[in-house]
Design a protein around this ligand. Sequence first.
Ligand SMILES: [Zn+2]
Length: 415
Amino acid sequence: MSPHLVPLKPALYADCSCPKCGQGGPEPLGTVFPGVHVLGEYRCRACGYAFYRDLPVGFAVDNAVSIGKEDGSLHDADGAESWVTTPLMEGYHHPSGREWKIERKVYRACKDIVLLNTLDFLYGHVLLKLWNAQYYLDHHRDKGLVLILPRSFEWLVPEGTAEVWLVDQRLGEAHGWYTCIDRFVQQRLKEYDTVSLGKGYAHPDKSLVDINRFCGVQPFPMEQFLERPKQVAFIWREDRLWFRSPFAKLAWRASNKLGLKPLVHKWFVADQERLVRATWKKIKHALPDAEAMIVGLGRPSTGHGAMEDLRRERMDKETELEWCRAYARCQVVIGVHGSNMLLPTALAAGCIEVLPHDRFGNMVQDIAVRYHDLMQLFLYRFVDEFAPPATVARHAIGMFRDFKVYYRDNKVNVP
Ligand SMILES: [Zn+2]
């Protein structure tokens, strides 16, 4: 069995130990699919303790988390992240009878499948798990790939997928123990001869991801960096901001805590826009033939004209694709750290990221790094969270002006 698969049927994974007495090889009893997690149900052959074990997929690959079936207690020997275990336990103790609509689409009927569960409460997590699909399509051609997917991601289903099970659920509602999802999955599982879970790693090697297979858009070809029209995109989000100073961030946080967000949020968003426009002004001054756009969730402005404004207040498939095509025209995308940077960096040649201090522990997790060589350091740049427009602009201008030398030194004049 491949280390990137977890067997489910005919024999359930049992390479685990009793969380009570430590005895290995418990008796497998079944599985539960409550949503984000996939759990195996076991009974210890030594002490009889019955437990659910979080199967090693998604964010659970490294942590043997178990829940005692009778005493309801959490066994967390490795100290899993609390953002994983807290909602899991919450859900376990308060299962939801809410009925989500789940639609099954069969493109190719298969009896032997890899089941990849991409459900998650964060946009970036779903996308990262979904990118694992390519590995299973290419390395397990004898099996059909079945995706459990939030419906809003259907537009990214790669060619060759055998089935999708689309869950009509907002990501914010993904945490929870939903009996309707388990019921749906258990009914389907009966139809197959063999079932393995895809591990769905949280950090797949993005340089191996062929983004065109997911969104149907070819990424910017690095070798045409200088030939193509100079294009920059500012990646826009309003729920995490680029601040001009520590004081501005402090004031924003304090006003949020005091419940003043509805009153002041607009001002900080407007200030972020001033930073973006000031940056663009400096880039444009140095590179008059460059063009820029603003892309992301937000209200498009009217009347400025200096930049193409592709912001939208609502998402749909057409908008997503329009944005993907826009990223793919860019040598450089500029934005604040977060999952908002995943698709832009998967499609653009390079990026400049404003990295908040409290996100250092997540550095580069949101960048779909496309290169294996030194061009990584040249094309992916990180600046301080209070970096002024002049600093960001200097990097962008440098990337255009210095590209020729770096490309020649690292891509051409190498054996
Ligand atoms: Zn035991």
